[in-house]
Design a protein around this ligand. Structure first.
Ligand code: GAP
Length: 503
């Protein structure tokens, strides 16, 4: 990943810290380790919106089941999943300053090209030598590459049972599968989803929330019968939808319809093309412009150890192309392995009595990387400085409410408006301090899409002025109409110009 020359990344970090969107965890203590981040009220509000939108658009719309599993799991789970053996990063130590770094990342940065972390360590040693890669801190010579397991061990009780923090949220989903079949009448194809924490012992974590030790994932695992991979409801709705894809070995992005992806054998079946289309639609609606996103077909040597086919969903950011979502064809790997190691029956019997171990299509998205990519795509420079032009559905607050001045009944009227909106389940901030221009600028900075101002006329006419963040346009709206108008603007992303026409 490369930093953009104009310092866009630094500007995002500066604004994010100044507005308490995210900032280093335990920052008051000088020796707190890197790789841990806290999210303040604004950051947490945006995270909630991202997760809420994912839940609505993917979990509810696709009739998935959502669960919440424990984050600490016994070692046996990760022996079964293969993580204790295979979940390792290639690392290298500087012979001079003794600092450890990710070998693949140092080489990538030197040659300005993606180096798969799964390359054999001998190959990485060769590349370090060939490209004369040195320690980024002290220019010292690098030692031999070795593998470092990324699992974070934790102690419960007196340590009798070895336990780990989960490195990916999905393991609980696989373990829950037989219970869902029995108790929730799960019928294939069916998704089980989960949002929550994941933990990886990242060596020298950098690039803020995009590579942390503790982070959050929104994972959806779609269980299906591999013989019925082409039987997916709703495919016709997306069959002509163009998916932006970078094929293996190609350097030019192609836009290929879901139908063609299947017909040309680029993806293993309709179910996979369907979910690629839905994933692109959902993240696009969250605020990632189409021209900045792509699915990258991942080669065998770069894929996770459990995946038969992978299409990473990537976004072009100030850090370069950033992977937000791993889309993996995990086949029956996980259910089989957990069945073998635990002795549990992980099979499924269909209406015709056919017994199978279902296959799995995984949509594994990072909450933190999604947040970062949205902020990166939405950072804009206005007259008053930098601001985040967030989509109303993702913004921390739907609107801000301001009395023009702190007298003549305006604060009381503004409080009445605030209550009406809160009763209608809108999120807002109330602000009466400073000039109206300063208040607009403060709301803009954190991405609030609409500011509602109450002036002298509002009291007479029972109305407010709505100002749109991006255009600066203003329209007067009756208080009685307000909830309805805001609902259209926020939920249906209605064009602001349409309200002025209504007036
Ligand atoms: N269950 C599959 C899985 O976990 P992954 O590619 O390792 O696949 C999925 O992770 C997503 O989780 C990534 O695309 C990214 O958004 C997020 N992620 C992974 N490691 C991360 C880290 N160290 N910090 C922040 N987000 C991370």
């Amino acid at each position: 990943m490369k930093k953009e020359a104009n310092g866009r990344y630094e500007k995002i970090l500066e604004l994010a810290t100044r507005k308490s969107i995210f900032y280093p965890s335990a920052e008051v203590y000088p020796n707190s380790p890197s790789g841990f981040w806290d999210f303040g009220p604004v950051g947490q509000a945006i995270r909630r919106k991202i997760v809420g939108f994912w839940r609505h658009e993917l979990v509810y719309r696709e009739d998935m089941m959502e669960i919440h599993g424990a984050q600490i799991l016994p070692a046996s789970v990760f022996e079964g999943s293969g993580h204790l053996k295979s979940f390792a990063d290639p690392i290298v130590q500087c012979t001079k300053c003794k600092k450890y770094e990710r070998a693949d990342r140092l080489i990538s940065e030197k040659i300005n090209e993606n180096v798969p972390e799964s390359l054999a360590i001998e190959k990485l040693d060769e590349m370090i030598k060939k490209h004369k890669v040195r320690c980024p801190k002290c220019e010292g010579e690098l030692g031999k590459v070795s593998k470092f397991n990324m699992m974070v061990e934790t102690i419960i009780g007196r340590g009798e049972t070895k336990t780990f923090l989960r490195p990916e949220a999905c393991q609980s989903i696989f373990l829950n599968f037989p219970r869902m079949v029995k108790t929730m009448r799960l019928k294939l194809p069916c998704g089980i989803a989960q949002e929550g924490g994941a933990f990886r012992n990242e060596i020298s974590p950098r690039q803020s929330i995009t590579r942390a030790i503790e982070f959050s994932q929104m994972e959806a695992e779609v269980f299906f019968d591999p013989e019925k991979i082409n039987e997916i409801e709703g495919f016709d709705e997306v069959k002509n939808y163009k998916i932006r894809i970078l094929r293996l070995g190609k350097d030019k992005l192609e836009e290929i319809s879901a139908d063609k992806l299947v017909k040309e054998g680029i993806v293993p079946g309709k179910l996979i093309a369907y979910y690629l289309a839905r994933t692109q639609q959902v993240w696009n609606r969250m605020g990632i412009p189409l021209e900045k996103l792509r699915f990258r077909e991942v080669g065998k040597d770069e894929r996770a150890f459990y995946s038969l086919a992978t299409f990473d969903f990537e976004v072009e950011t100030s850090l370069g192309w950033l992977e937000l979502i791993a889309n993996n064809y995990r086949t029956d790997y996980d259910l089989k392995k957990h069945g073998e190691h635990s002795g549990a029956d992980m099979s499924y019997v269909d209406e015709d009595g056919k017994k199978i171990i279902p296959h799995i299509w995984e949509i594994s998205a990072g909450v933190d990387r999604t947040l970062f990519a949205i902020l990166d795509c939405c950072l804009k420079e206005g007259k008053e400085g930098l601001y985040f032009s967030l989509k109303p559905i993702i913004a921390p607050y739907h609107c801000a409410v301001f009395p023009l001045v702190k007298k003549d009944g305006m604060p009381e009227f503004a409080k009445k408006v605030e209550k009406i909106l809160k009763d209608g389940w809108f999120d807002m901030i109330y602000d009466e301090s400073g000039s109206i221009g300063r208040r607009y600028a403060r709301a803009d900075e954190i991405g609030v899409p609409f500011c509602l101002t109450i002036d002298g006329d509002s009291l007479k006419n029972e109305d407010v002025t709505i100002r749109e963040r991006d255009s600066g346009k203003q329209v007067r709206v009756k208080v009685s109409e307000l909830r309805h108008v805001l609902r259209d603007l926020v939920t249906h992303d209605m064009d602001f110009g349409k309200i002025s026409k209504k007036e």
